[in-house]
Design a protein around this ligand. Sequence first.
Ligand code: SF4
Length: 161
Amino acid sequence: MSTEREIICIGCPIGCALTVTLSDGVVTGVTGNECGRGPAYARQECVRPERMVTALMYVPGASRPLSVKTAHPVPKDKINDCLEEIRRARPVLPVSIGRVVLDNVAGTGVPVVATCELTAPARVVITPLAAAVKPKPQSKAKGAATTMADKQDDRRCCADK
Ligand code: SF4
């Protein structure tokens, strides 16, 4: 039995609307394509669709998650399995860009690689405020008014004279 399927080609920004004819799961015809890449995409998409998987991975000791992606597209029906393995993985710091953080994800034969660098956060030493800030010595010349209270006191003294 033959069926028809409408899909959009993602081979380039034109986005041709393809009509794919399938017979017993086999692509027997493609129309609507502007170039030869359309039928190839239609066969891939209708018979064995694949997708790149991107995700964020938790890394113990890191201050932020690690951005990762599959090195190649994986079968669409394996996406959830890939995401579950990525969720459970615990790579070790430091991670360099392009490093394989998970091999053969979900049995697809495709590795997951880091798309950014991640290093251990710098150690921050917290010094108690009292020890870090020394009190300034009070050097006030005799008769000089430095605060509002002092100024008010001085004015009061002048009024009394
Ligand atoms: S069929 Fe060719 S021109 Fe059309 S969207 Fe696909 S790649 Fe682009």
